[in-house]
Ligand binder design. Structure first.
Ligand SMILES: CC(C)(COP(=O)(O)OP(=O)(O)OC[C@H]1O[C@@H](n2cnc3c(N)ncnc32)[C@H](O)[C@@H]1OP(=O)(O)O)[C@@H](O)C(=O)NCCC(=O)NCCS
Length: 279
């Protein structure tokens, strides 16, 4: 079929060689309806409606396989970025705490809640590619008058949870949190069985020192201080203080060994490059 024939105009080739139908799987009145929606709703639509994994352009057989492959991968990347942007916008619009996010890079969705103070300067939320980038969000919540502060150069991988109920959670500079790390300053329920649903919960501040690395799915509980440079192993439950310069792991988290005291050679990696690597 010749390019530009009336039949083909229903799936026009744009400058990338891909029509709207190809990217979104809709055409005609449905396409016009979608286009008229605000982008945030359009984003939800694409996000919530199952998109077939094969949503790549159908191109004319006149285009050679090499070009077709190039265009397909470009479109898939655009499609992915578009879905992610829509999700980030969606969680921003659901956020009730607009905190102080200066020079902050939001790579995957972030939900910021609560009436407390959230400060994050020079921080990266989310990491690509890492688990949960496309289906989870990072939850940062400062309830009441609580404070959550995250130091410059820190990177929180996807789907982390930080909830401060009554005191504060402070992360120093250059802290690394793996995917799904959770940090709480509270038990959230009174331990007395009679008061569990209505009594006050025990709260105590959490402090994570500079350059601490916390592995995936670790949980840090109320009142804990983790000393600078230390590492917490994946899946650990940290119930007590961890001194500086050690590797600690397990449930409950215990020191495994001290870290090499020699400072590592400075490789000079700039903030943010981690988010771009890998794909
Ligand atoms: C904690 C960690 C850094 C330790 O690495 P390591 O120094 O190579 O440790 P080893 O594998 O030599 O293990 C030393 C001991 O600690 C135990 N251990 C290691 N990691 C553990 C963990 N996460 N939980 C419980 N125990 C752990 C080992 O079983 C071993 O015990 P043993 O001496 O009784 O046999 C590593 O296991 C880890 O958890 N890395 C985090 C990975 C991650 O989540 N990355 C985030 C992705 S962005």
């Amino acid at each position: 079929m010749a390019l530009g024939s009336p039949h083909q105009r229903t799936t026009p080739l744009c400058s990338l060689g891909v029509g709207y139908r190809d990217r979104f799987g809709v055409a005609g009145p449905e396409r016009r309806r979608l286009r008229s929606l605000p982008s945030i709703i359009r984003g939800n639509y694409h996000n919530e409606v199952e998109q077939p994994m094969t949503a790549v352009p159908r191109l004319s057989s006149r285009i050679g396989p090499r070009l077709r492959r190039g265009v397909s991968s470009r479109v898939t990347k655009l499609h992915r970025e578009q879905l992610l942007r829509a999700r980030i916008a969606r969680y921003r619009s659901l956020s009730t705490n607009h905190g102080a996010f200066e020079d902050t890079r939001i790579v995957t969705p972030l939900l910021a809640l609560g009436t407390g103070t959230i400060r994050a300067h020079g921080v990266q939320f989310g990491y690509l590619p890492s688990p949960s980038a496309y289906d989870r969000y990072t939850h940062v919540e400062a309830r009441g008058a609580a404070t959550i502060e995250i130091g410059a150069g820190s990177v929180l991988n996807n789907a982390c949870v930080l909830v401060a109920e009554g005191t504060e959670i402070r992360l120093g500079r250059d802290v690394l949190l793996g995917p799904e790390v959770a940090i709480y300053d509270s038990d959230f329920h009174n331990l007395n069985p009679e008061l569990r649903k209505r009594g006050d919960a025990a709260v105590a501040p959490v402090t994570v020192g500079d350059n601490v690395f916390i592995g995936t799915r670790a949980t840090v509980l109320k009142g804990v201080t983790i000393g600078r440079n230390s590492i917490v192993g994946s899946g650990s439950v940290v119930t007590q203080d961890i001194p500086q310069g050690v590797i600690a792991a397990g449930n409950p988290c215990r020191i495994i060994r001290a870290l090499d005291p020699e400072p590592a050679e400075d490789l000079g990696r700039p903030l943010g490059t981690m988010a771009e690597g890998g794909e």
